[in-house]
Design a protein around this ligand. Structure first.
Ligand code: SF4
Ligand code: SF4
Length: 624
């Protein structure tokens, strides 16, 4: 959906698209970030219109670099935003904490998308706590209209108080649709300028650091007051109240309408600092209160503290009394159940029998299968070759530790490959692998990492492997794209977020530059050569790198660079099912004890042809 339009235009936008529109209206000079669900659409949306709106829109090599780039722009007096998912904030945190102390000149917004219920994997971390920890103001929106308004306001508040402002979403609000009314677009036309001020922009000495810290705390409080309009307090005659924020606000509104409830509510829009005065006002008017917040009891802790100061007894329902869980995201049933407890009456909605029937039917016809690679995915060739190399060297599966990493490459942990043993964090496959080797375990170690993950956080661990003379095989699975988050470019793609051509940063050159002496580049579709490359790497006495270079199958389909679908000679096929069992390629379909290839799915990668023991798989007609 385009986010271009004049003032007053109304468009149905995703939460993340509304954030993109907010950045346009605020006159942001640059928006950068690292792809990560559920935050990715902000940059994708802006990249599609960047030239039209004259905005710099870029993917960064990782979130730390993204925030530093945005800060450099903001310190030069222009407006900038960095976007990332929750785990990305951990990567950026070193710079975020330090830059918070220095503040900013131009508006600086840090958008972080949390993921209760881990729809996109990783930890259920609650970054509201990060804002508190970093002493940075944080806003949280509940719908796309508010998302856009908060971005515009966040830039204003950031600039006025000279402090970076955080904006938080969760998967539900980042990916919810809603109508957004466009506002005017700010034309800033600023000339970048930056003056040397080491007392502000360095941390050289405790006196300066403590002064910066004290200043930050003041700025944070002022920013909170400036954003108070986002804290919506509605008092009624009722003696019960609900305090909520973000996505649960929408569920609460629905329950209020559905059950015609008369209760006092406070929707918190400023997460840090929390609106103590409005919380206090609500608590003064009620005998019992429900805190509806996903994950940690951040608001609840504050409520208990304020109640202690007030010396008032109010029954508090939330995480601490077990009304809601600190795990997972809320839905209508959870909110209605919590309200039932608050109001001491049953508000849970009866199950619609027709709907239930449909759910049961859907369950009965759904096919359960492990998450595996797309048909023709080059990573299939990599894992097949690793397993073949292990067999050639007389290793069993349990004899070689294969550390996995973030992204599509981790699908190698699933059947039929059952290859990867670990998945921790971006780049951790190499660091963990170094540790296993140094533990003295008598097992070879292979670290399996994607190209973008390698650029993002794998390089320091590779240098560590060289420096500390670690015998480890690093398999850099270079499909030249960030596939799992929706095919964004990497430094190895040869083009930028906005489609301009760029110098290709080659993984093998980085590896050699890091001091790795045994570096080979192979095509994982060539199973024989790839197997041989892993045999040699496993025998090599030191750190070795195998770069597996082949474009992601989905990207290849989009670019129309795929091969012809293969066919199986039914006369030759013995029905041994080796191809099906070792690859689980969705184009291979077992029928009547033999196998057929679905020509609509097969992209002609030839990996199956390489493993068929009787060479029954050959080239067929051209792909439609
Ligand atoms: S591996 Fe070859 S022989 Fe065995 S089922 Fe597949 S196509 Fe047939
Ligand atoms: S060639 Fe074989 S492995 Fe490759 S996509 Fe076609 S069926 Fe799948």
């Amino acid at each position: 959906m385009t986010v271009i339009g004049g003032e007053g235009t109304v468009k149905l936008l995703l939460g993340n698209e509304a954030i993109a529109r907010g950045a346009i209206e605020a006159g942001a000079h640059l928006v950068t970030g690292y792809p990560g669900t559920p935050s990715t659409e902000v940059i994708e949306t802006l990249a599609s219109v960047a030239k039209e709106i004259n905005m710099k829109v870029q993917w960064a090599v990782n979130e730390k670099v993204a925030f530093e780039v945005a800060s450099g722009v903001a310190w030069s007096g222009l407006r900038a935003m960095a976007t990332m998912k929750n785990a990305g904030l951990n990567v950026a945190s070193d710079s975020v904490l330090s830059i918070a102390y220095s503040g900013t000149e131009g508006g600086l917004v840090l958008y972080v998308a949390d993921d209760p219920a881990t729809h996109a994997g990783m930890a259920e971390q609650d970054d509201r706590l990060f804002a508190k920890f970093a002493a940075l103001p944080m806003l949280e929106f509940s719908d796309p209209q508010e998302a856009k308004e908060m971005v515009v306001e966040a830039f204003e508040i950031s600039e006025k108080n000279k402090v970076p402002v955080m904006l938080r979403s969760t998967t539900n609000t980042a990916h919810m649709f809603g109508n957004v009314v466009f506002g005017p677009v700010k034309k800033l036309d600023r000339v970048p300028d930056y003056s040397r001020d080491i007392k502000r922009y360095t941390k050289a000495g405790p006196a300066w650091c403590m002064e910066q810290h004290a200043t930050l705390l003041e700025k944070m409080k002022k920013a909170g007051r400036d954003a108070d309009k986002f804290n919506l307090l509605e008092l009624t005659d009722s003696k019960v109240g609900v305090i909520t924020a973000g996505a649960p606000w929408n569920l609460l509104k629905e329950a209020i309408i559905r059950h015609n409830l008369k209760i006092s509510t406070l929707k918190v829009g400023v997460i840090n600092p929390l609106p103590d005065e409005k919380i206090r006002k609500l608590l003064e008017s009620v005998d019992s209160v429900l805190i509806l917040e996903e994950l940690e009891p951040l608001i609840e802790d504050r409520v208990l503290k304020i109640l202690g100061e007030m010396g008032k007894r109010v029954k508090v329902h939330g995480k601490i009394d077990g009304t809601t869980s600190p795990v997972g995201e809320f839905n209508q049933a959870i909110v209605e159940s919590a309200l039932s407890k608050l109001l001491d009456k049953n508000l849970t909605s009866p199950v619609d029998p027709e709907r239930q029937k449909l759910i049961e039917k859907a369950k009965s016809i759904s096919i359960r299968r492990p998450i595996t690679f797309c048909a023709g995915c080059p990573h299939m060739g990599t894992y097949i070759s690793i397993l073949r190399a292990m067999r050639k060297l007389n290793y069993k599966r349990e004899d070689v530790i294969i550390t996995g990493d973030i992204g599509c490459t981790i699908l190698g942990m699933n059947p039929p490959f059952d290859a990867c043993w670990t998945e921790v964090a971006m780049g951790a496959s190499i660091g963990l692998g170094n540790g296993f080797e140094r533990s003295g375990i008598k097992k070879p170690v292979i670290a399996a990492i994607g190209d973008s993950t390698f650029y993002h956080a794998g390089i320091p661990a590779l240098i560590d492997a060289v420096w500390n003379q670690t015998k480890i095989v690093v398999a850099i699975m270079d499909n030249s794209i960030v596939a799992m988050t929706g095919h964004q470019p990497t430094p190895g793609s040869g083009f930028t977020a906005t489609g301009e051509s760029a110098k290709i940063v080659k993984a093998e050159e980085i590896a050699r530059g890091c001091g790795v002496e045994h570096v080979v580049v192979v095509d994982p579709y060539d199973v024989e050569k790839t197997t041989e490359a892993f045999v040699e790497a496993l025998k090599y006495n030191g750190p070795s790198v195998v770069v597996l270079r082949r474009l992601c199958a989905i990207t290849a389909i989009r670019r129309k660079t795929i091969g012809k679908p293969l066919v199986i000679d039914v006369e030759k096929c013995t029905g041994c099912m080796t191809c099906v069992k070792t690859l689980s390629c969705s184009a291979l379909v077992p029928i009547d004890g033999k196998v057929k290839i679905n020509p609509d799915v097969c992209i002609g990668c030839r990996i199956c042809a390489a493993i068929c023991p009787v060479k029954a798989i050959t080239e067929g007609s051209s792909h439609e």
